[in-house]
Unconditional design. Sequence first.
Length: 88
Amino acid sequence: MKESLPAEVQQVIDQHEAAGTTDDEAYVEATMAYYIKWVCRLDFPWPEHVMRSFNNLNEDMYGDGIRGAECAVFENSAHVAMVEEPDR
C-alpha cells in the first residue's frame, strides 16, 4: 500500500525506517499521508477517540489474530470503518 503514495513520500518513510529515526517530524508527516489514504479517510483532525487509539496502540497485540473473527469489506472506508461507516 505504501507504493500507492507519491515517490517522495515513500522515500522519506524508507529513509527514516532504515535509519531508525521514526520519531523525526518528517517521518511522522510522511506517514500521515499513508494513514489518511489507508486508515481513516475522514477530514483531519480526526475524532478524539480515533486519535486516542493511535496514541495508545499496543504494538505487542496489534498483529495478533482473533479467534472466530470474520472478514467484512467496507467499500467506502479505510481501516477505521466503525468511524467512517458507523451505521453499517
